[in-house]
Each structure stands twice: as structure tokens, then as C-alpha cells.
Design a protein around this ligand. Sequence first.
Ligand code: ZN
Length: 539
Amino acid sequence: MIALARKYRPKRFSDLIAQDHVAAALRGAVAQGRVAHGYLFAGPRGVGKTTAARILAMALNCERRTPGGAGEPCGECDPCRRIWTGAANLDVVELDAASNRGVDDARDLRERAMYAASTESGSKVYIVDEAHMLTREAWNALLKILEEPPPRVVFVFATTEPQKIANTAAPILSRLQRFDFRRIGPHAIVDRLKAVAKAEQLQVEDDALTLIARSANGGMRDALSLLDQVLSFGEGPVTAARVREVLGLIPDELFGEMLRAIVERDAAAIFPLVERLLEAGADLAEFVNGAGEALRALLLVGVGGQPEGLTEGLMSVVREYAPQLPPADIVRLLTILSDSEERLSRSANQRLLVEVLLLRWAMLDRTVEIGEVLEALKGPTAGRPDGRTNPSPAPSHTPTVSDRPAVRPSDRPTGQKLEPTLENVRSIWAQVVQDARAKTPLLGSLLAEAEVVAVEGRIVTLRPGHAVHAEGLERQREIIAQALGQYISEAPRVAVAAGGASAERITLAGASAERLKSLRAKDPTLSAAVDALDLELLE
Ligand SMILES: [Zn+2]
């Protein structure tokens, strides 16, 4: 039995799915006799790049090609058939760069390219698959060919990673016409699968094809291979259950149970849910992936959109829970997810991480309450606990002593030292600068231009006024700490932030940590909740 992916591979440009822009351009080039010497076909795997290259080779060598015709190959003549089946052919050379990456192969290619096409009217087409795998030396050899291309020789480089080619062989890109192939949408894949099923006289459920399309992740070839795989396991109609079993997919009802636990804040349901997943032999990374897709669909429905590529089963679950989860909460859930995803891929204990992720989701409502309290604390009556008046200081702004309220001698803390908080350190900063000036004028001016951006624990973080000051401040951290110690309790220590964006980040992180600290001091219940919810709130 011929594999479906092969049997139903397109024979004409117009058969290419979702690549109309490429098909139209290539057809036009063939019809007008303006085919380039080099093409770059970029795009995800399985979307028709090498197929398009073969159709181009067919079109250029087709015996029934008519000048001024539509630019399509006939698909039936001898050269067309030979090229389409991939039979040994003088006029089309396919190379897989993954196994032919060396300079010797490129040299060999160069020598071979010198021989023009075997027939007067045809063209010789070199198809280099996985072209990003070619070495720099191989590209250099190819560049020489493309600088003076032999007549009627066409190179097609197919790649999933065009950026890598830009990095190793930028000069060659200017010699190539680039086409970007699109990922094929789930609808288009399902439609194509339906057409194939009809032609093959197969009985299929719509949900089964949706599941296959989802697993294929935008690749037509993969979708047909998966259908083959499902068909090779047993007889009878292709049902969603059969597809799930063969492809090891997670039942929709488990995603439904997950959403229920989140909506009803049923943390106790999390452990049995993970247990069921493991019993079903589910891949936990895949579950997390699917959970993310379900949430994304939920969000889309919540903001009035229409998710694509979900089975009817999952879609009904999404419709059921969408009204109960406000979009803002779903965004929070997704933020927590993106925090966990990277850790999940590296972790040896996926089960624990998935349990923690689901628990954090199920306990999300408490995060919201604290968020509201934090919001309220910013209000005019409570004042900003961090004492800042400007929520985001412009990085270009370099504060000077005159910008700050001068601390008069009578304001100086006498005997009693201040707690290390951002507000306190800022209040005595002008005095510290003045003290430092008296001893070391140079240090004084470094400090005058620096800004106190954060106080965390007893660490006072300074941002230098200019990047070049950082080293000087760094060297004199001990001296600065001593100067601060005159006014601040708990033996402060000094850290120097990098200039620019990172300093800004430190400022914001410091500010929210500060806010949380004062919040926790005021309310022991909230403090316990913060502990239970992990460090996420500190970020
Ligand atoms: Zn033909």
C-alpha cells in the first residue's frame, strides 16, 4: 500500500494547500520564462516546500508545456511522472543537506552543475533540503555557482530555519528569491483529510480528523502520515476514540475536569486528576500543552472570538466554562503556565511540577484578592508604602542633590537609626552624599548622580548616573555602606545596578517587594496566604 502522504502529494502548483502566493508566483515565472537561478523556500516542516520544488522541476521539464501556457506541469508525461515519483533522473537532483553538509559535496555539486540540462528545452533542478545544515564552506562553493550560474540550472534551497542561513551565509540570500511557506490551518488540513478519506472510501468521524489535524501541528504530510498510522491499527471506521488510542492523546474529559477544578477552586481534585492522567499513560508535557490550548480557547471565547481546531467535545467544555472565568483571570492562569513551562521541560519530577501548576491554578482567586488589596494600598489615604511619588522614573533622568529635599541638620536622625526601607534611605540620601563629599569629593559626585533604586532586606541598590560610574561605585561599596550605616540600622550593604533597562526592572521589583513587605506586616492572615501562594507574588 502506498503511503497516503505520497499518494496524495500535489502534482500541480494549484494543488498546494495554503500556499497560493507561492503557487501563483512560480506558475507565473514558468509561464513567462522568468524562472530565477536560485530560490529559498522557507517555512515549517510538512507544508509543501520540497513538493513545490518538485512541481517546479516538473513544470520546467514537462513535455507538454506550452509557451505562454498556465505554467503548470501536465503531471502525466514521462518527465513529469519520473520527477514526481522521485525515480532516478538526470534533470532533478535532490540533496539532503543534513547528510551532505561538507564542502566536498558542494564542490561535487558545483562540478555537476556545470553540465547543463540533458535536453535542449529542459532545466536541471537541484533541490537542497534542510539547507540550513550546510556549512559555511559549502555555501561559499555554492555562492560561486550562483554568481555565474550555468544556463538552465535552478537551485531550490528548502529550510525550516532561514535565520540560520542568514547567519552563516548572508551573501547568498541576496542571490536567492525567497518564498515563505505558511503553516497550514487546522480547517484546511481537516478539509484535505476529508477529501482523501472520500477518495479512499474511508469512514471517518469529524472529531477524529480534527484530532489528527491538531497533532500534525500545521503539517499536511504529517497529517496524512498520522491518518496512515491510525488506519494501520485495525479495521473499521476512524473514530475519535481510535485516534486517541493510537496517537496516545489525552481524553477531552480530563481537560474538562481540569477546568472544573479551576472554576470551582477545587484544589482537592488536583491529585486524583493527575493520577488519572498517569494511569491513562498521558505524557504530562503534552497535557500541559493541551491545557494551555484549552485556556487559550477559553480566553478567545471570553473576548468574543472563535477558536479553531478543537474537537466538538473540547469545544463544548470550553463553552460551558468560558462564562465562569473572566478573561483577566485566564491571562493570569496563562502567565503562571508560561512560568512553569520551561521548568517542566528541564525537570526530572514532572508529576510534582504539574501538580503544583494545577494547584496554583485552582487557588488563583486568592491571588486576585491580594492584587486588589495591593491596588487599594496605592490609594490616597494609605499612600504608597514605598514612598515613591513617581511610579516609573525616566531612565534618562539623572537626579542631583538639588532635586531632592535637602535634609536640614535638625532633620538628621539623632541617635536612633532608621529602618532600611526605600523611603528612609531616600530621605537621608542627600545627607549621605554631603558626608561623602566632605571626605572624598570624587565619591561625593558619583553618589550625587546615583539614584537609590531599591532596598531589599538590608541591601541598598544604587543605579549609577552614568554607566562609567558603575565601576567606581562598585569599588567603594564598603565606604558607601559605612556612610549609610550612620543613619540606617541593620548594617546596610550596597549593590550597584547596571544602567538602563535592567536597573528599571530592579526598581520595579524592589518597589513591589517593598509594598508586599509592609502589607504582610499589617495583616498576618494575608501574610500566611502569601506564603501558601509561593514566591510568585514577589515578582
Ligand atoms: Zn508533463
